[in-house]
Design a protein around this ligand. Structure first.
Ligand code: WTA
Length: 643
């Protein structure tokens, strides 16, 4: 490490006395968790309303399959909506919706309760019963959140598929979960244009046997094709249904949702989350990490509900805490780069949670853009999705946070369900770039290959050595893969292997270094190298492909592909490359489009036939080659570099 980096590492930013004085979290939180970890979680679960109490906090006897708050019963939607109305806060705004074309509307908790009840009544009328799966393929509009909550209310397990995914990605997720209902929109607004979405949904469900109905919100008014008997308009069904609905309690372990995430093989994993344990930790972390004050703060998490951050920190955590939040439909530069700052100003956003890739984009656009706005309402900033580089961290604090707002750099994963490692504002003296320490109630270690815990300075693997309430409960339909992916590496110790590298610095602060497996992190989105490779080789021109993540100034990593053409295929240069990039967009999503594709005569392989990704990364990042001695043919690199 350079001395400059070391210097940055050593400068810590303590919380201001004013912030500490009113902070939700005090030192007693850690003390309580240290004294009695399960007793601590028992207390946190009581932040929710339960229809029936639990008899045991944790049952880990069938590890790695956990049961939290055993025997307890609750309704997740009741906790996120009804109880705030019953407490007299029905007139509080839950969602300030800001549409991309400039339309806006605000939903109070009264409104939200009526909407969720209507949707729940409609779903029931369609014959759905607890345990059925519902696929959701929608942009960031209130109906998407209403749909998720209506599912939760009825015990339907939802599977949200990011609206930027292709029809084939949607199709494989619908098939895997055997969803009966798909909820979607006619089209979505993107940079002033209405882009169709229902056509992709139609393609995905054509001859998908499990799907009985497709429910469509008219968001843009564009023309759509219609399949009578299967397709239903939201405004002709949900909006006409009764706004009264009584929620039934479900078991604490009832599966709340499945969310697909990339693994190290081509097939995405359906991560299963529970009800009681998941909501307990989502709610606890949202309250303490964001220092959220209901009725006072205006909170904005810029994620999409297609990712876990949208699930835990737009829907379940915030709403369980009676939040008032901004939900924005569009991109940050539509109609121009001022959009986010205008929204912050308009609603007086006080807590802002986003991804490092966006912060670096803001930096590129220039500080005069945020400087043109009154951002004085902001009192806390959050970061998630990838390591935040110290330079971006300091810019974020200075320019967006008036050099005073604490930053919470939150480490977690789709699998962990909720934040695991993060500063606590008001307590932690933060260091730019470090996620600092596990939260009270959470236990993590950094270890080497032999499971020996590492001290300061050593790079190792991040493991979670104790179960946690929001932990995944498995992979949908694939128990073996669940055991292998997360629990086999440190099977003897019974630790969860997170797939990230990490280290402690001399002050004991924890630094997450990024993935150690073949998963790339592009703008905070997880994409596996093999997923992109299989998309490329599904193109008729391609015989073989190798994909690596190369460092990228804005997006963290960029996707770089090396392909070998099939025999007799003509290399048409840019035309072919464009065709391949478009092909990946169709197979997976535009976010998976390689930044660069190079046609090569050969790929570097070990004698056992394994592609040497490390060496390809060296090429992609323009470095001198590392050790090539294990290659079958070291000369292959001259060919790859076009020498
Ligand atoms: C990375 C997103 C460093 C990490 C919530 C993890 C981070 C993966 C951070 C999970 C952070 C997330 N610092 N790295 N604060 N937050 N990551 O499942 O590699 O989309 O394993 O969940 O993102 O990505 P996922």
């Amino acid at each position: 490490m350079t001395s400059a980096a070391q210097e940055h590492e050593s400068k810590a930013y303590p919380p201001s006395p004013e912030f500490t004085a009113t902070a939700n979290a005090g030192p007693e939180l850690q003390a309580a968790a240290d004294a009695d970890r399960l007793g601590f979680w028992d207390e946190q679960a009581k932040r929710l309303d339960w229809a029936e109490p639990w008899t045991e906090v944790l049952d880990w006897s069938n590890a790695p399959f956990a049961k939290w708050f055993v025997g307890g019963k609750l309704n997740v939607a009741y906790n996120c909506v009804d109880r705030h109305v019953e407490a007299g806060n029905g007139d509080r705004v839950a969602i300030h919706f800001e549409g991309e074309p400039g339309d806006s509307r605000s939903l109070t908790y009264n409104d939200l309760l009526a909407e969720v009840s209507r949707a729940a009544n409609t779903f029931t009328e369609l014959g759905l019963v607890a345990g059925d799966r519902v696929a959701i393929y929608m942009p960031m509009i209130p109906e998407a959140i209403v749909t998720m909550l209506a599912c939760a209310r009825l015990g339907l397990t939802h599977s949200v598929v990011f609206g930027g995914f292709s029809s084939s990605a949607l199709r494989s997720r619908i098939d895997d979960a055997q969803a009966k209902l798909l909820v979607t929109v006619d089209g979505q607004w993107r940079r002033g244009q209405a882009a169709p979405l229902k056509n992709a949904a139609d393609e995905a469900v054509a001859d998908a046997k499990s799907i009985e109905h497709v429910l469509v919100v008219a968001r843009t008014g564009i023309d759509v094709e219609w399949t009578e008997g299967r397709d239903l308009w939201w405004h002709e069904t949900v909006e006409k249904a009764s706004p009264e609905h009584e929620a039934q309690p479900f078991d604490s372990e009832h599966p709340l949702f499945i969310l697909y995430t990339s693994g190290t093989t081509g097939k995405p994993k359906g991560i299963i989350h529970s009800s009681g344990g998941y909501l307990t930790q989502a709610s606890y972390t949202h309250h303490y990490v964001f220092d959220h004050k209901p009725g006072k703060d205006v909170y904005w998490c810029t994620a999409d509900i297609g990712w876990v951050t949208g699930h835990s920190y737009i829907v379940y955590g915030p709403l369980s805490n009676g939040v008032t939040q901004v939900v924005y439909e569009g991109t940050p530069n539509s109609p121009n780069e001022h959009r986010h700052f205008e929204i912050i100003e308009k609603y007086g956003v006080s807590i802002y949670y986003t991804a490092p890739t966006l912060i670096r984009t803001f930096m590129k656009w220039g500080r005069e853009i945020p400087d043109a706005h009154d951002l004085s309402s902001i009192r806390l900033l959050g970061s998630v999705g990838e390591p935040i580089n110290p330079e971006a961290w300091r810019w974020y604090r200075e320019v967006i946070g008036a050099d005073s707002a604490p930053i919470v750099d939150t480490w977690w994963q789709t699998e962990t369900g909720a934040i695991m490692i993060s500063p606590l504002p008001g307590i932690t003296a933060t260091k730019p770039g470090s996620a600092m320490a596990p939260l009270p109630g959470i236990s993590a270690k950094i270890v080497d290959d032999e499971a020996t815990p590492l001290g300061a300075g050593g790079n190792g693997y991040l493991v979670l050595d104790q179960p946690w309430p929001a932990m995944l409960r498995g992979i949908w339909g694939d128990e073996q893969r669940y055991r292998e992916t997360y629990w086999s590496r440190y099977a003897e110790q019974g630790w969860y292997f997170a797939g990230d590298g990490a280290r402690y610095d001399d002050d004991g602060a924890l630094w997450v270094l990024g993935r150690v497996d073949d998963v790339m992190n592009v703008s905070g989105h997880r994409i596996s190298t093999s997923e992109v490779e299989s998309a490329l080789v599904s193109h008729p021109s391609i015989a073989e492909a190798a994909v690596v993540g190369a460092a990228d100034e804005t997006t963290g990593q960029g996707i770089v592909a090396f392909v070998i053409l099939r025999e007799h295929v003509e290399n048409t240069g840019d035309t072919l490359i464009k065709e391949l990039r478009d092909h990946v967009a169709v197979e997976i999503s535009p976010i998976a489009k390689p930044r660069q594709i190079t046609v090569v005569p050969e790929l570097p392989k070990t004698r056992s036939g394994k592609i040497m990704r490390r060496l390809l990364r060296d090429v992609a990042e323009g470095r001198e080659l590392g050790d090539t001695s294990t290659l079958v043919d070291p000369a292959v690199f001259d060919a790859i570099r076009g020498k």
